[in-house]
Write a protein that binds this ligand. Structure first.
Ligand SMILES: NC(=O)NCCC(=O)O
Ligand SMILES: [Zn+2]
Ligand SMILES: [Zn+2]
Length: 464
């Protein structure tokens, strides 16, 4: 398929310029003014609109078995929803059960992802440690295109990585040229605070944020950063939600440490008042970890994105329906943690960031696509509008608007944390791997069209 996107303004992370964009097969082949349409080409008129690299959501959980249940969105429905919102690549997580062989888990997730409508790639979680994990990390990096490993510092008695695992895995990641990433919350503290709250009879969702205050997150962020500093590894902190974690990142970066931070669209615009709702289904629908915080923390996160101490935006898309959330109706610790957003991130960040004057269009591209591609070694295949890059392109209508609702979303779960929010700035067309997959409100996602994106190590793997 040949596609000419004509008359738009290309927005890359480094500059904004008038150009047409010609795609052939799954690649962009030319970016220049006044390109002629080849015979048979599909022409998209982008007059007055922006033409940007497809969004990369660095943090999703499709088809995730978690807390005794499985997320509502699988790799097809979740990636299709992303395409409707301008996200053309997701970075999902292989999360082996404790003692599960890493390679077996990797193939399990690859099997589930066969359905994906958009490109995908995997971080692999290190949830336990022995010699086979050390060995299999090498195999994943050398043979399976994995260059990032995830560590849950929370979820005690489940997938939590202790300090021994963190140290050994960070060291192994360095050896392999992979980047360690962390969910930074002190799992022991969370567990003890949860038990205290339950003993006091505080069993509802309003206890969820009380069991995970900012200091719990900051302790883990500081610990991960300290371990990375001693071992001389980079580290990427997922879903940074509070000022204290951001301060830890900022301080480390000021001392020359290579620390990266991710902000979630939800944490940027939703505050913790949601947990006080008398509608317990609504409050439980917002239970995710780390929890939504006060407005002061939202302001700090925006400053982090503006100042370059936070680098990516993601969603942690992890959808559970009301019936699943009801597993915790008598005990908030049993509410499956997770919220959606893959369909909404680009518009939410544009509306609350660019329209509010907090981000320029180029900064928007940086934090929704380019930085992710660079940090996780997919650049310049992804993250830029340039000849040779993948034909993942969003035609962005800065004046188009929509009101977000679970009633009209493509994602499953029947709930949306952005419910009722009207956003200005929406995709008028999404091109993924050289195919028009969304145009003027119509989704044309194809099950199975997504591809696994191999991400090479950051330096040649040793012969070990
Ligand atoms: N974030 C969340 O609450 N659920 C998904 C798993 C995780 O990322 O911690
Ligand atoms: Zn997490
Ligand atoms: Zn997550």
């Amino acid at each position: 398929m040949t596609i000419l996107i004509r008359g738009g303004t290309v927005v890359n992370a480094d500059r904004v310029f008038r150009a047409d964009v010609l795609c052939d097969g799954d690649k962009i082949i030319a970016v220049a003014e006044n390109l002629a349409a080849p015979a048979g080409a599909t022409v998209i008129d982008a007059g007055g609109q922006y033409v940007m690299p497809g969004g990369i959501d660095t943090h999703t959980h499709m088809n995730l078995p978690f807390m005794g249940t499985v997320t509502q969105d699988d790799f097809y429905t979740g990636t299709a929803a992303g395409l409707a919102g301008g996200t053309t690549t997701i970075m999902d997580f292989v999360i082996p059960a404790p003692q599960q062989n890493l390679i077996e888990a990797y193939h399990q997730w690859r099997g589930w992802a066969q359905k994906a409508a958009a490109d995908y790639t995997f971080h692999v979680a290190i949830t336990w440690w022995d010699d086979s994990v050390h060995r299999d990390m090498g195999t994943l990096v050398r043979e399976h295109g994995v260059n990032s490993f995830k560590h849950f510092m929370a979820y005690k008695n489940a997938i939590m990585a202790d300090d021994e695992t963190l140290v050994k895995s960070f060291r192994r990641s360095l050896e392999l040229g992979a980047i360690p990433t962390v969910h930074a919350e002190n799992g022991e503290l969370v567990y003890q605070l949860q038990q205290d709250l339950l003993k006091q009879g505080l069993t509802g969702p309003s206890s969820h944020p009380l069991s995970r205050p900012p200091a719990v997150e900051a302790e883990a962020a500081n610990r991960a950063i300290a371990i990375a500093n001693v071992l001389n590894t980079p580290v990427y902190i997922v879903h940074v939600s509070c000022a204290e974690s951001l301060e830890a990142i900022t301080r480390a970066r000021a001392h020359g440490q290579r620390v990266y931070g991710e902000a979630l669209a939800g944490h940027l615009v939703i505050d913790d008042s949601v947990y006080q709702s008398p509608d317990l289904e609504f409050a439980a629908g917002h239970v995710m970890s780390p929890p939504f915080r006060s407005k002061q923390h939202q302001t700090a996160l925006w400053q982090g994105l503006q100042g370059g101490n936070l680098h990516t935006t993601a969603t942690d898309h992890c959808t559970f329906c009301a019936a699943q959330k009801a597993a915790g109706k008598d005990d908030f610790t049993k509410i499956p943690n997770g919220c959606g957003g893959v369909e909404d991130r680009m518009s939410v960040v544009w509306d609350a960031g660019v329209n509010a004057g907090l981000l320029t269009p180029s900064e928007f591209v940086k934090v929704t696509s380019t930085n992710a591609a660079q940090i996780f070694n997919m650049y310049p295949r992804k993250g830029v509008i340039a000849a040779g890059a993948d034909a993942d392109v969003v035609v962005w209508d800065p004046e188009g608007s929509r009101t977000i609702s679970a009633r009209t979303q493509h994602a499953r779960g029947g709930f949306n944390v952005f419910e009722g929010r009207t956003v200005r700035g929406i995709p008028s067309a999404t091109v993924a791997a050289g195919k028009v997959v969304f145009q003027n409100g119509t989704l044309m996602a194809v099950e199975g069209a997504g591809r696994h994106i191999d991400r090479p190590a950051f330096k040649a793997a040793s012969a070990r």
